[in-house]
Every structure is written in structure tokens, then in C-alpha cells.
Write a protein that binds this ligand. Structure first.
Ligand code: ADP
Ligand code: MG
Length: 910
């Protein structure tokens, strides 16, 4: 790795000290570092950020840059490494990705200012910002197509006997989104998986909690914070304060727990932004159960946002994303992560998609205009926190103009879809005067940084034009001066040059140097510097000119910066309207993109209602279908009907048998994905679909199938199956793929057997169960809502041909040997296997295993008929387990003790 080694700066550098005392710079460093102990300190020294001591060691290792040393502290070498300021983002990016936090410490004054205070004085420095994974705003540090959330998790201690409650509040400070939801312990992991935060903040107490610690530590970027951040008593005040309000009543009723989480978020944002307040939307409370619950295992298993290998390519998201803007891509990812459950809300989205499906012209125009629109939300956030540049102003200018243009087009036709009509209204909100002002002020070509100047259009500000003219005029005068000096000295090659150290100077080659240093020319030319090939001089006239140029240039830049601040201020004032328009652009992009997808891939609008039906006709797997299409292969569409059979009050379970490679896993997943797409508001890859909204979705794969996750143990499979059997309800959809594979055949078969019974009798959910245990098909005789299905194969001249067609019935055999043959096992092994199989089958026929006589529920203990135990002991132990002494006040503890005593007495009876 290239390792830019910083040049020694203008100051003597932190160290440069002998035995005992620290230098002033070192003292300053130590003080600032002490105030930011949990961050790597980027300490500004001229053109570099330098890191010292342990920070240097950590960063050098993480970034692969050279670790050097600089001077001594208390008699020891100080380890040091540095990164050039102009490449700081790149290095920050990598450190943040590795989970580090960085404090950026800047020089707050010009070194010249410091020198004025005396030779020994140190340039004033301080931390201007903490860079943490969840609080980024820079484009270079963010993935344009994904949200980057900061999530706060607050817990309300369980009062005796009850379950703990959690509130989650999350913010994307680069776009201003702010949401809150409450949940219980069982759905905590599913909620966090859906939000996919870049950083999670929790209280120290929660981080140290014995029950939660293992889970929290398995998550990336969890930051424990001191108690005050999660203080419930001051929460409302802090939250209101952030928005400049006196109360949070306007946000609707928020519980104290929700307020605590929300306040923790804003307090952390203020801390990391050193008091700046990026614009946030008022916190939006998500109703519990408003979104389809999908736990982390199901998400990764179904490869929703990324594949099991961790890539976006190959995921459902990648397959269905046709958006043309980054904001649209972010919204699509959000919706896919959190499909809805309320049929009316889902229909609202479908209406919008349908409008664009119906009008190819409107869709094409919309997408063309959107493509040209900039990322308004992120430009806005940067401008408001003072991190914006001229191009962000231009983004606001173009974004507002684009929004207005789109509104005109929409208003002609939007009456059909409420979501579009609302978007059109939001697009109208930003004040066009701001766009006009920006258009008048900004030049055509814009620099990246405002300090480079040159971004204000000529003619916008008379004083600026005058200063610029003076600056440019002086530059012409310098050119003339060079010609005059060349004449006067008869040195044709004489040049007037400029650098940052000397300013303007006259330069001649070494051979002419002496001439200028001898009379009479030395009366005009004052020697400054002799290099290997050149000699440099200055003159009084040149010095005066330089001062004039510098002051004109300074003045010009000063005026430009003032103009920038003024423009940024008017943008900030209009932040709420601009944000609303930005969100509307994203909504439109998603609607048009889903329509584009629907037309391109022949998706249909699904019907969603509150029933328990699940009817998919001609369904396809959205990802496999596209992959096959690229290779020119057809995808075989299949039906699925999990609706309750006539007279039944719960949905069906499909038991799917068929040989390896037949398409069982594909079929299972495609139906889960169709439900997700339908409920997120997309059309679906099917000929027709009617789905009673799913409230929870579970998907598990038998351990042997799950090697990609690197923890393919039978234990994991069982833990996950347990979670499903404990949580799934009537409105849930459960996908179980080859459960019971990871153990011996009879074990596995028995577990699969009992699992199906439980799903059928207790969970009563809609389910798809793929298995290679053909014995299970016998269950259909006793379980009325179990439906046997198989994937058809044809045997042709001893070869197996996969038809990928799902039909009623049970597979007659596994075709394992045929598949092995296809896979290229040696013919001798295949032949031998056929002999063994024939023998085993003959024996089996001679003494059939009597599954038919297995009494169905005799072995299943009913919860009601559990043997009586000393219930007092159990309840008291359970109550004790739910107490958290470290988090209790003495008073709470006393109350808990009374409650325990009461419980013991009551359960033991009189
Ligand atoms: P199983 O789970 O039965 O072993 P898979 O679902 O893994 O089988 O499918 C095996 C392969 O068959 C897949 O990789 C896919 O390419 C192909 N396939 C599956 N279903 C279909 C289908 N409906 N149409 C076309 N090809 C399919
Ligand atoms: Mg499979």
C-alpha cells in the first residue's frame, strides 16, 4: 500500500522533546485525545491528518500504511502514521467499514495567526466532528442506493412476571428519515434485521445484559453509551429541543419508551455532529403489525437484499430494481425489507404501479425526467450541516426544477392513483423562487469545494465582478512585467512564476543568475533562492502587485463564500418542503420502476385481502426466471393453492416430494417471494395471484442444504425450527425445506413428522414443506389440510428428465441413483448402487414399516394435560429470571420482593 509520509509541518510537530516534559503541541494532542477516548483521532497537521500512539498502530494495520515514529514522549518513540487531507475520505471509508469511529480534529486558525501570538504558540485545534458508521453524510462514504440508518434500542425493564418491551428509533441523517416502533423480545431480531442499521446505539446496561449480550455482540457496529443518553426523564425535552419545539405532542402520542429511543437518536446525532442539527422529519411511529415480520434467518435464506454469499447481485432486490434514481433505489430496498400487511395500504401502491403499467408514454416520460434529477435528499442534508459544496446547491436547483416539471405531467393524469396525486402535491411544495435564485447565482461549471471559488456566475454580484476584474487585470500586468524584465535584462528565458512558499518571483536559469545579482540589475532584483538549475528573485514592484492580486482574490473569494452561505441558508429555511419533494421523487421512481419491471417480465397485479387464501396461478421464481432467461432457458410456471379447503378454517400445508434437482426449493421460495413482492406493493411473476395478507413469514432450510452459511449444524436447524413452531400463527406463511436432513434418517423423519403435525394442529398456518422422506406422504390420510404434491420427472432410457412441473400426488421414488449418474459417478458405482437398492426395496416390501398404524397424537403431550408440578416454584423462578438487579432502583427491588412473596403464597394456595 502506498504510504504517504507526511512532511514535517510548520510546527515542530507534537513530539520533538527530550526527557520529561511534553511539547505544547503534544499537550494539546493529549488533551483532545483524552476527550475522545473511544475514537481514532485524525489530528490535522498542515496537509495531513496524523495519528499517534496506539491510534497510529491501529490505523496503520487497518489501512496498510506505513507506521513511522515522530520524536519522543516521556523518553519513548511516538508511533505515528498519516493520511493526506485530500484523500482522507477514502481512508475514513475503510476505517468506518471496519467498525472504527474517527474524531476529526481540525486547525481552527491559520498558522500565521498562531505565530502572531509568539514563537512557541500552537495552532488552535479542536474536534469538529465524530465520524461513526451511522452518522455519515458524504457521498463518498455512502452507498447511494441504500439507506444508512442509526438505530437506538431502548428497553423497558420487565415489571415482575411481564415481558420486557423494546422501542426502536432509527434515523438516516443523510436523508432525514426518522421512525419509531415498539416490539417485544421475540420480534426484536426480526425488526433489527429489517432495518439493517449501519450503527446501533444502546445503553451500557443493555449492552452488558446477560441475556442480550450474545445477540448484541453478534451484530456489527454496536455502540454502548452512557445512561444519560437513554434517560427517560429528559427524553421528551431533548427530542423537542432538537426540533426547536417546546413539546413533542405534535408527533402524536409516543410512549415514554419510544420517546427514550427517539431522544437517544437525536442526542447521539448532536454529539457526533458537534451540536449541528441535520434536518429530520418528525418521528413517524410505525403501527405494530403494519409490516410483514421476517426474521433474520428468513431474510438471508430467501436472499432478499443480498445473497447468502453477501452480494447484491443475485438477490431479489437486484432482480426487481428498475429504479433510475438513487433515492428510488433506497425506497425500493426499504419497501422490500418491510412489506405491508394492510390490504388498503398495499392496494394504494398497486394503484400507482398500475397507472404506469397502463401508460407506457407516461412511464417513459417519468423515467426520463427522473433520470436527470439529482439526489435532492442527500444534497440537502449536507447543506444543512454545513458540509455541502457548490454542486449540492446545483442539485437543489435542478431537483426543484425537475420536481415542478414532473408535477405538471402528473396532474394531468394522477387522479387515478392516490399515491401519485399526493406525490404531485409534494412536488409542488418547494418555493420556485429558491430555484430561480440558485439558477441566477451559480456558474455553469462548478468546483467541488466552495473554497476553490469560481462558482458564482459573472454578472450576479457587481462587487464580486469588480474584485475578479482587479485580480485578473493584475495577472495581465504581471505578464506585461515579465516581458519588460526580459527586455531590461536581455534574458529571454526570464519568467515570473508563483508558488505557495515564495508567492510571485522572477526566475532565470543558473547561467543568468550572476548577471541579475551584479550591478546595475541588483538594484531591482533581490535574490531569494538558488536552486540546482535556477535562481529566483523578487522585486519591489512585483511585491506590490502580488499584494494587490492577493487582496482582490481574497475579496472575491470572501464574496463568493458569503453568497454560498446566504444560498445555503435559504435552502435550509425551505428544508421541509424540499425534503417532501425529494421523497415524492423517490415514490414516483419506485412506482414507475415496478411498472417497468411488470411490463418487461409480464408480472400481474395481485389481489390482497384479509382472508387466509393463497392462490398463485402460473407462478415463477423472480430471480431464477431471469437467470434462466439470460441463458435462453424457459422457466416452468407452477400453481400453488394454500387456501383453506372447503369447510376448513385454516390454510393448507403442501407436502412436496420429488427427487433432488427437481425444483422443490425453487418452488418453495418462489411462493414466499411472490407474497413478499405482492405485499411490498409490486406486481408479481404469475398469471394470477390472490393472497390473504401474510403477517409473518418464515423460511428454513435443512442443515445439509445450508452449507453456504458456514454454520451448517443440525443444532441451528432445530433452533430455527423451534422458533417457527413457537411463533407462526394462522396468517403466517411457513416454508420448510428438507427439515430433518442433518441427522440420522429415523431421527430426521420423526422430527419432520412431528413438525408437520404441529404446524397442522397448533400453528394452523399456511405452509410449504419439501422433503425427501416419502414416508411423510402417508400423513395426508389423517391430516385433512395436508396436501401432497410432487415435482414431475420422466424416466427416459434409464435417464431422469426434470420437468419442473408441480402436480398433485406423491413421488414414487427418489431417482437418487439417476441423479448420481448425471453427476458423473463412475459406472461401476452406479451399477453396484442399483443392485443394493433393489435388495433393500425387496426387504422393505417383505416387512413394510407400519406408519399407517402410528397413533397420530398419542405421543404428543397436550399443553393442558401436562403433569402437575409445583407451580409455585416455577412461577417464582420465572419471575426471578426476568428481574435485572443492576437496573433496579432500591424501591423497585423492594416492590419486586413483595410481588415475589405474594406470588409464592398465591400459587401454593391456602
Ligand atoms: P430441488 O430443491 O428439488 O433439489 P432446486 O429447486 O434446487 O431443486 O432446482 C434445481 C435446479 O432446477 C435449479 O437450479 C433451477 O435451475 C432448475 N429449476 C427449478 N425449478 C425450475 C422451473 N420451474 N423451471 C425451470 N427450471 C427450474
Ligand atoms: Mg432443494
Amino acid at each position: 500500500m502506498d504510504a504517504p509520509s507526511p512532511p514535517s509541518g510548520f510546527e515542530s510537530g507534537p513530539p520533538a522533546e527530550g526527557a520529561g516534559r511534553a511539547t505544547p503541541v503534544m499537550e494539546q494532542y493529549i488533551e483532545i485525545k483524552a476527550a475522545n477516548p473511544d475514537c481514532l483521532l485524525f489530528y490535522r497537521m498542515g496537509d495531513f491528518y496524523e495519528l499517534f500512539f496506539e491510534d497510529a498502530e491501529v490505523a496503520a494495520r487497518a489501512l496498510g500504511i506505513v507506521l513511522t515514529k515522530r520524536g519522543k514522549h516521556l523518553g519513548r518513540d511516538i508511533p505515528m502514521c498519516g493520511v493526506p487531507v485530500h484523500r482522507a475520505d477514502e481512508y475514513l471509508n475503510r476505517l468506518i467499514a471496519l467498525g472504527h469511529r474517527v474524531a476529526v480534529c481540525e486547525q481552527l486558525e491559520d498558522p500565521a495567526e498562531a505565530r502572531k501570538r509568539g514563537n512557541k504558540s500552537v495552532v488552535r485545534r479542536d474536534v469538529i466532528r465524530l465520524v461513526t458508521p451511522g452518522t455519515l453524510t458524504e457521498d463518498t462514504l455512502l452507498d447511494a442506493r441504500r439507506n444508512n440508518y442509526l438505530l437506538a434500542v431502548a428497553r423497558a425493564r420487565a415489571s415482575t412476571g411481564a415481558e420486557s418491551r423494546f422501542a426502536l428509533a432509527w434515523i438516516d441523517i443523510s436523508t432525514g428519515e426518522f421512525r419509531i416502533v415498539e416490539c417485544d423480545r421475540a420480534s426484536l431480531a426480526a425488526e433489527i434485521a429489517r432495518i439493517e442499521p449501519g450503527e446501533i446505539i444502546v445503553s451500557d446496561a443493555l449492552y452488558g445484559d446477560a441475556e442480550l449480550a450474545p445477540y448484541l455482540r453478534s451484530l456489527p457496529a454496536v455502540t454502548p453509551l452512557t445512561r444519560d443518553v437513554f434517560d427517560g426523564a429528559s427524553a421528551e425535552r431533548r427530542l423537542a429541543g432538537y426540533f426547536g419545539l417546546s413539546t413533542t405532542e405534535g408527533f402524536g402520542t409516543l410512549s415514554r419508551l419510544e420517546l427514550t429511543a427517539a431522544a437517544a437518536c437525536v442526542t447521539y446525532v448532536e454529539r457526533t455532529q458537534l451540536g449541528q442539527r441535520p434536518p429530520l422529519s418528525p418521528p413517524m411511529r410505525e403501527a405494530q403489525g403494519a409490516t410483514l415480520a421476517i426474521d433474520p434467518a428468513t431474510r438471508s435464506n430467501l436472499e432478499l437484499a443480498r445473497t447468502l454469499a453477501g452480494e447484491r447481485r443475485g438477490s431479489l432486490l437486484a432482480a426487481v430494481d428498475r429504479s433510475v434514481t438513487a433515492a428510488g433505489s433506497r425506497l425500493l430496498a426499504q419497501r422490500l425489507a418491510a412489506p405491508l400487511t394492510e390490504p388498503a395500504a398495499i392496494a394504494r401502491r398497486h394503484d400507482a404501479v398500475e397507472f404506469f403499467v397502463g401508460s407506457a408514454a407516461a412511464r417513459a416520460e417519468m423515467r426520463e425526467r427522473l433520470e436527470a434529477a439529482p439526489d435532492l435528499a442527500r444534497a440537502l442534508a449536507r447543506l444543512v450541516v454545513g458540509r455541502g459544496g457548490p454542486r449540492d446547491l446545483a442539485a437543489i436547483r435542478d431537483g426543484i426544477a425537475a420536481a415542478a416539471g414532473l408535477a405538471v405531467g402528473l396532474e394531468r393524469s394522477a387522479a387515478v392513483a392516490a399515491e401519485l396525486a399526493d406525490a404531485a402535491q409534494a412536488l409542488r411544495r418547494p418555493d420556485q423562487a429558491i430555484a430561480a435564485e440558485l439558477a441566477a447565482a451559480l456558474a455553469d461549471e462548478l468546483p467541488h469545494l466552495k473554497r476553490d471559488g469560481g462558482f458564482v456566475r459573472t454578472g450576479f454580484d457587481a462587487a464580486l465582478d469588480e474584485a475578479r476584474a482587479l485580480r485578473d487585470e493584475s495577472r495581465r500586468v504581471i505578464a506585461a512585467l515579465q516581458a519588460r524584465y526580459a527586455d531590461a535584462t536581455a534574458v529571454r528565458a526570464l519568467k515570473i512564476r508563483h508558488n505557495n512558499v515564495l508567492g510571485y518571483f522572477v526566475e532565470v536559469t543558473a547561467q543568468h543568475g550572476d548577471k541579475l545579482m551584479a550591478p546595475p540589475l541588483n538594484a531591482t532584483f533581490i535574490h531569494r533562492q538558488t536552486l540546482a538549475g535556477q535562481v529566483r528573485f523578487t522585486t519591489t514592484e512585483l511585491g506590490e502587485l502580488e499584494a494587490k492580486i492577493a487582496s482582490a482574490a481574497d475579496r472575491a473569494l470572501g464574496i463568493e463564500l458569503e453568497t454560498f452561505d446566504r444560498l445555503a441558508a435559504s435552502v435550509t429555511t425551505a428544508a421541509a418542503d424540499i425534503k417532501a419533494a425529494a421523497e415524492a421523487l423517490a415514490v414516483l421512481d419506485v412506482a414507475a420502476a415496478l411498472a417497468e419491471l411488470a411490463v418487461e417480465r409480464h408480472y400481474v397485479r395481485p389481489e390482497i385481502d384479509a382472508s387466509l387464501d393463497f392462490i398463485v396461478e402460473g407462478g415463477r421464481h423472480p430471480v431464477v426466471e431471469q437467470a434462466l432467461a439470460r441463458d435462453g432457458g424457459p422457466f416452468v410456471a407452477n400453481d400453488c393453492d394454500l387456501s383453506p379447503p372447503p369447510e376448513a378454517a385454516a390454510g393448507r400445508i403442501y407436502l412436496l416430494t420429488g427427487p433432488n434437482m427437481a425444483g422443490k426449493s425453487t418452488y418453495l421460495r418462489q411462493n414466499a417471494l411472490i407474497a413478499i413482492l405482492a405485499q411490498m406493493g409490486s406486481f408479481v411473476p404469475a398469471r394470477r395471484a390472490r393472497i390473504g395478507a401474510v403477517d409473518r413469514l418464515f423460511s428454513r432450510v435443512g442443515a445439509a442444504d445450508d452449507i453456504a452459511r458456514g454454520r451448517s449444524t443440525f443444532m441451528v436447524e432445530m433452533v430455527e425450527t423451534a422458533a417457527i413452531l413457537n411463533q407462526a400463527g394462522e396468517h403466517s406463511l411457513v416454508i420448510l425445506d428438507e427439515i430433518g436432513r442433518g441427522t440420522a434418517t429415523f431421527d430426521g423423519l420423526s422430527i419432520a413428522w412431528a413438525t408437520i403435525e404441529h404446524l397442522h394442529e397448533t400453528n394452523r398456518c399456511r405452509a410449504l414443506f419439501a422433503t425427501h422422506f416419502h414416508e411423510l406422504t402417508a400423513l395426508a390420510a389423517t391430516l385433512p389440510r395436508l396436501f401432497n404434491a410432487t415435482v414431475r420427472v420422466k424416466e427416459w432410457q434409464g435417464e431422469v428428465v426434470f420437468l419442473h412441473e408441480v402436480v398433485p400426488g406423491a413421488a414414487d421414488r427418489s431417482y437418487g441413483i439417476q441423479v448420481a449418474k448425471l453427476a458423473g459417478l463412475p459406472p461401476a458405482v452406479i451399477a453396484r448402487a442399483q443392485v443394493v437398492l433393489a435388495k433393500l426395496e425387496a426387504e422393505d416390501r417383505a416387512s413394510p414399516r407400519g406408519f399407517d398404524d402410528l397413533p397420530l397424537f398419542a405421543a404428543t403431550p397436550r399443553p393442558t394435560s401436562a403433569p402437575p408440578r409445583d407451580t409455585a416454584i416455577d412461577t417464582v423462578i420465572a419471575a426471578l429470571a426476568s428481574l435485572h438487579p443492576d437496573e433496579m432502583s432500591p424501591r423497585d427491588a423492594l416492590e419486586a420482593l413483595y410481588a415475589l412473596k405474594a406470588k409464592a403464597a398465591e400459587d401454593r394456595g391456602p
